[in-house]
Design a protein around this ligand. Sequence first.
Ligand code: GPP
Ligand code: MG
Length: 284
Amino acid sequence: MTATQDSTVLNSLYQRSVADYWNTEKNPVNLRLGEVDGIYHHHYGIGAVDWTVLDGAAETRDERVIRELHRLESAQTDLLMSWLGPLEPHHRVMDAGSGRGGSSIVANLRFGCQVDGVSISESQVAFANEQARQRGVDGKVSFHFRNMLDTRFETGSFQAIWNNESTMYVELSLLFAEHARLLNRGGRYVCITGCYNDAYGLPSRAISQINAHYICDIHPRSTYFKEMAANRLVPIGVVDLTPATIPYWELRAKSSLATGIEQPFLDAYKNGSFQYLLIAADRA
Ligand code: GPP
Ligand code: MG
């Protein structure tokens, strides 16, 4: 069966392969961190590491490291949220590439607003909807098996949209056209992403390794601004989070939850070929 035969959501064999990855993904680095407080993230962390978590009793070391990695990932979400606002409970916002639902649930807790998450992974959508149900926020937070490039949501119906590390799975020209359609005039778009540094040149070896690991295609930094400008998304803030994310990777590399992709991230960030950016824009 081909991707186009089995679904109207998945439009290519590439998207089918990405969906297959996330439908079967059960990395302890994601599940055990999520179990800390029931907020399941699919992104990395920022901020200074409390290195004392490595000291003390060996039997409880894993637990301390897990809590610390989760704290840093939650700090990343909080930073993204702080760029979305001000939002009111009557607003509607969209999480593009919503994973297991962590950022969407945080947005609802913080702003009380209606949140729609979209993902091309049916198991992620089911997992995230179950999280919303368990928290009693399923009246306001819903996850949908939809394609972020063609959401079928109503034009102009969203006050804010974000991509938390999900833009590397799509063509930005198509993504930003859909975001511009969905956002109200004056609405806010925020992404946190890893992008390659045009000033370094084409993607480094480490970036190619990251692309292969996640089946993604990391974009150059320039493409973000080019495609925003082409789609009425006017940047209002850019934060280079590269120095803030390196400590997270240093700790993750030393943990029992390491997946093997830690060294390519550290190499790419340290050799200047890769940058971890937050970009916020207004829909003009
Ligand atoms: C985070 O997800 C990673 C991605 C969504 C794709 C790549 C991101 C870049 C910035 C290049 P995750 O939390 O599922 O990853 P992991 O299992 O490695 O923790
Ligand atoms: Mg993770």
